[in-house]
Design a protein around this ligand. Structure first.
Ligand code: BTN
Length: 246
């Protein structure tokens, strides 16, 4: 991964350029990276704060030959790699909040935006967008995210070169990605995910497209689906949501 790197000083969104390159046949592992995004995108149409020289804003093109049903699991695989990488880089334990956030002390440092293209029921390509707040002093976050966001620098106390962050992330991701492809899914990585997660066992509020579910996060299955126990004892499967700790 990252054998080919496409760099831009400034860009709308690295995911957009990666999509375009992927549609034009770019190789698996092609990495698009920018110093600044002017329209950085988060999940659910949110904006992603991506100021110049302050973070790692990058997108990887992947072409796993797997059924479409397995595509969402790449986000969980990537989350494991990021939790490991960010822990290594800071010396402070990073935790995974299902499905795609990496947190330090309950503050978000990193998010993943996976976009996929399918051909019939097979994955054609995936664009794996990763945003990591690296050298953002805590007081520099915009007011509306000040209390929920953090950066590697804020956690570690010293700046970290962004190239080093990219290197460590790719080092951690590559073997996990190979395993996910070889095993045809996330199942064998589930224990590793659990070891790094901060979601299970907690009371959560999940905002899904179908409505809000509150309860205790019990487990994830071999597809990465979250199982929640509601106060009346009923268990619900959550396929996609934004979750908050209750
Ligand atoms: C989220 O937590 O909502 C996902 C954030 C993903 C941000 C990254 S930065 C690189 C890539 N390009 C984008 O526009 N978004 C992703």
């Amino acid at each position: 991964l990252g054998q080919t790197i496409v760099y831009r000083e400034t860009i709308d969104s690295t995911n957009n350029l990666a999509q375009e390159l992927a549609n034009n046949g770019a190789m698996e592992g092609t990495l698009v990276i920018a110093d600044e995004q002017q329209q950085g995108r988060g999940r659910r149409g949110r904006n992603w704060f991506s100021p110049p020289h302050s973070g790692v804003w990058m997108s990887l093109i992947l072409r796993p030959q797997l059924p479409l049903a397995h595509a969402a699991q790449i986000t969980l695989v990537t989350a494991i790699a990021l939790a490991k990488a960010l822990t290594r880089l800071t010396g402070v334990q990073a935790g995974i909040k299902w499905p795609n956030d990496i947190l330090f002390n309950k503050k978000k440092c990193c998010g993943i935006l996976t976009e996929m293209h399918a051909e019939f029921d097979q994955i054609h390509h995936l664009v794996l967008g990763i945003g990591i707040n690296v050298n953002v002093p805590q007081e520099d976050f915009p007011e509306d995210i000040q209390h929920i966001a953090t950066s590697l620098q804020a956690v570690k106390g010293t700046p970290i070169p962004r190239a080093k962050v990219v290197q460590v992330v790719l080092e951690e991701l590559e073997p996990l990605y190979r395993q996910y492809v070889a095993d045809g899914g996330f199942g064998t990585l589930r224990d590793q995910w659990k070891a790094h997660n901060i979601t299970l066992g907690n009371e959560i509020i999940a905002h899904t497209a179908q409505g809000t579910i509150q309860g205790r996060a019990l487990d994830i299955d071999e597809f990465g689906v979250l199982l929640v126990e509601q106060p009346d004892g009923e268990q619900k499967k959550i396929y996609s949501a934004d979750i908050m700790f209750a």
